[in-house]
Every structure is written in C-alpha cells, then in structure tokens.
Design a protein around this ligand. Structure first.
Ligand code: ADP
Length: 165
C-alpha cells in the first residue's frame, strides 16, 4: 500500500518527567506512524504544580530522542485537537497501563472525537515492566531520596539529580 502523505501521530502528556514507560510507548508508536510528535502540555493547560518547567522537559526529551529522526517534541497550549490540526497529526497516541487508566482515557478519546470527527485515538500498552510506572511516582520517589535509575533514562536522571542537588 502506498500513502500520499506521512502518517503523523501526536503523543500528548505532561512528561514531568519523561519515564521509560513513556519512551516505550513512543518507540511502539513508531511501528504505526511515520512521525511521532511528543506534545508537552504547558502549564496554562495543566492545573497541577510541575516539577520541571516545560522548557526543561522539552530539552531533556529532545536529548533522549536525539538519534531518532522520526520523533519530534513540541510544547502546546489549549485544545489538543487544535494543536493536532496545526501539526498535521491524524491521530493521538495514549498509553494504557491498567484498567484504572481506561475510564479517563476513554472519556478523553470520545470527547476529542466530538471536537474533531475523524481524530482517532490509538491506545498502546507498555512492556509489562513499565505497567506500574508513572511520572508522579518517579517524582515522589526522587524527592524522598529513592533510586529512580531503573525508571528514567540517563539524561532525565541527570536533570533530576541537578534539580534535587
Ligand atoms: P503520567 O500519567 O505518568 O503522569 P502523563 O500525564 O505524561 O504521565 O501521560 C501521558 C500519557 O502516557 C498517558 O496516556 C498515560 O497513560 C501514558 N503513560 C504514562 N506512563 C506510562 C507507562 N508507564 N506506560 C504506558 N503509558 C504511560
């Protein structure tokens, strides 16, 4: 089958910080998309207090995917559907870790389709070793002095160590 334009997927989230679970989802999404845009929701969109600034998150994500030309990282504000249209993305990628993720993700997927008919959501599950992993847990463990080296890549680990002194 030939396509007349590249398939672009958008993977939105807070990525505060990027975990190996997020990375796993990005790498899996490259099997179904030609290009993946990691879209960091800026603080204007997110209500919760952040650990890293969006610029710091952008910098570290770019470093992690430096050798992967098909992965781009951008910051966005406002509605995902508007940003997706601007970037030319045809569908959104979301990760499902457990049943507990399902209700919220299902609601979001339906609402996005209400806002833009034809904007599809693709759910991917991570390697089972990452199914318990969340950015908030990584933040908590790091702040309490625990070892998070199994859960984040080296550039992220370096940033966490710098932030916590
Ligand atoms: P978190 O839930 O870890 O704070 P985000 O809000 O940045 O992360 O999540 C962005 C997307 O990535 C969501 O769809 C979320 O379900 C998914 N995700 C987060 N962590 C994982 C993981 N360990 N495995 C698979 N998907 C994940």
């Amino acid at each position: 089958m030939t396509r007349d334009r590249p398939v672009i997927a958008i993977y939105p989230g807070s990525f505060d910080p990027l975990t190996k679970g997020h990375e796993d989802v990005v790498r899996r999404s490259l099997c179904v998309a030609d290009q993946v845009i990691i879209a960091i929701a800026s603080s204007a969109t997110q209500v919760k207090e952040s650990f890293f600034s969006v610029d710091e998150r952008l910098e570290v994500i770019k470093e992690v995917f430096l050798s992967e030309e098909r992965v781009k990282c951008l910051i966005f504000q406002g509605l995902l559907v508007d940003f997706a249209r601007e970037t030319g993305a045809q569908f959104v990628i979301r990760g499902l870790r457990a049943v507990s993720d399902f209700e919220y993700e299902f609601q979001m997927a339906q609402m996005n389709r209400e806002l833009w008919d034809g904007f599809e959501t693709i759910f991917l599950t991570p390697d089972q070793s990452y199914s318990f992993l969340s950015a908030s847990l990584v933040r908590e463990i790091a702040i309490l002095g625990g070892d998070v080296s199994n859960f984040v890549s080296d550039p992220v680990l370096k940033k966490i160590k710098e932030a916590l002194g």
